[in-house]
Design a protein around this ligand. Structure first.
Ligand SMILES: *Cc1c(COP(=O)(O)O)cnc(C)c1O
Length: 399
């Protein structure tokens, strides 16, 4: 393994996303190699002993580390400005590990109540089964975060913008509360994308991604990543992952690594089109409300301006009045596909109340701003004019 032949320090993100972390083999391949292997061989027994003792560098087993996975992790570190990272099999493996690796019975977690469904399951159902209590708060209410702190609070967890109606959490202010009580701030940064928001620069300790979304960006594979300080990642998290095994497949790591090369181009287009579509929807008579952090009418637009580079790739809105209106609208779409996924080249639309958030009561949904006529769209890479025309013809049928 010759390693990277380029010194990438000082390069801007678009350059690092093409070159950082490349481990070139003795064959001198241009594109990164896929090391699709589980194990490694040693020159002799002494070498094996030294690697197991951590006295010699080198790979031991792909559940612990793998060269293609390492390339992805190093490139993600450069992008995020993090000291260290570990890839995981999915975004949920990253979220679960970021909490389970350091929390223990008796600890307490404070989390934003508007969470991706499986994240809510971890905080609300799974952690309490192991004696880790949790309090869910309105993420936009700073006083609620402060009031929820107990002497045992060890972690703050939230996403911003939130799923699905894109409410914001003031990362800097909430991280300051966490720091003052000695808790780690863990941010799920999927909806903003790594190019749109830098939680660590705002005081967060740990950032997690579902790489399944914009990092892959073409709907091909699952993956996740946890980024943070060297000691947390290399000791606390690594030990947990090594022994519990939610490893990122080297093949998927390679897909994600190649995704990073085009991430700035894709995210710029996703967000430019999303901003345009949010404005377009706000002017349609059949649309009663648009949620988009980049618009001046977003109730937390000031926070968006402070912490987000752009409004993001997702838009939520209310169409007509009823579930029937929303379903007529979804069923009439021709370019947008009905899918709960997001961050794909293909534009996707979903009805949160009957899919991702169906397990909540109507009252809880209403509290979270999710109504029977709420639609969330993930804006893809198609021509924005075509997408507007598609939304327009579906609105005409629904309202
Ligand atoms: C998709 C998603 C996850 C889960 O990621 P998977 O890769 O599907 O496991 C977690 N958080 C957010 C905000 C997501 O969008």
């Amino acid at each position: 393994m010759a390693g990277n032949d380029k010194k990438t320090e000082g390069w801007r993100p678009a350059t690092q996303l093409v070159h950082e972390g490349t481990l070139r083999s003795q064959f001198g391949e241009t594109s990164e190699a896929i090391f699709l292997n589980s194990g490694y061989v040693y020159e002799n027994a002494e070498e094996a002993e030294a690697r197991f003792k951590g006295e010699a560098d080198g790979y031991v087993y792909s559940r612990y580390a793998n060269p293609t996975v390492s390339m992805f992790e190093r490139r993600m570190c450069a992008l995020e400005g993090a000291e260290a990272a570990r890839g995981t099999a999915s975004g949920m493996a990253a979220v679960a590990a970021s909490m389970l690796c350091h929390l223990k019975a008796g600890d307490h977690v404070v989390a934003g109540r508007a969470l991706f469904g499986s994240c809510l399951y971890i905080v609300e159902d799974l952690l309490p089964r192991y004696g880790i209590t949790s309090t869910l708060v309105d993420g936009g209410d700073l006083g609620a975060w402060e009031a929820a702190v107990t002497p045992n609070t060890k972690a703050f967890f939230f996403e911003t913008p939130t799923n699905p109606v894109l409410e914001l959490v003031d990362i800097e202010a909430v991280a300051r509360v966490a720091k003052s009580c000695g808790a780690l701030t863990i941010v799920d940064n999927v909806f903003a994308t790594p190019l749109g928001q830098r939680p660590m620069a705002l005081g967060a300790d740990i950032v997690v991604y579902s790489a399944t979304k914009h990092i892959d960006g073409q709907g091909r594979c699952l993956g996740g990543v946890v980024l943070g300080p060297q000691d947390f990642i290399d000791e606390t998290l690594h030990t947990f992952l090594k022994h519990t095994g939610p490893s990122l497949s080297p093949f998927n790591a390679w897909v994600l690594l190649k995704g990073l090369e085009t991430l700035p181009l894709r995210v710029a287009r996703h967000c430019e089109s999303a901003a345009r579509i949010a404005d377009f929807l706000a002017d349609r008579p059949g649309v009663t409300r648009v949620h988009y952090p980049g618009r001046a009418d977003h109730p937390q637009h000031a926070i968006a301006k402070k912490q987000m580079a752009f409004g993001g790739p997702l838009v939520a809105f209310e169409v007509g009045k009823t579930k029937a209106d929303a379903f007529t609208f979804l069923n009439a779409l021709q370019i947008f596909s009905i899918s709960n996924n997001l961050g794909d080249a293909k534009s996707l639309a979903t009805h949160p109340a009957t899919t991702t958030h169906q397990r909540l009561t109507p009252e809880t949904r209403a509290d979270l701003g999710i109504f029977d006529n709420t639609i969330r769209i993930s804006v893809g890479l198609e021509d924005a004019g075509d997408l507007e025309a598609d939304l327009d013809q579906a609105l005409a049928k629904a309202t």
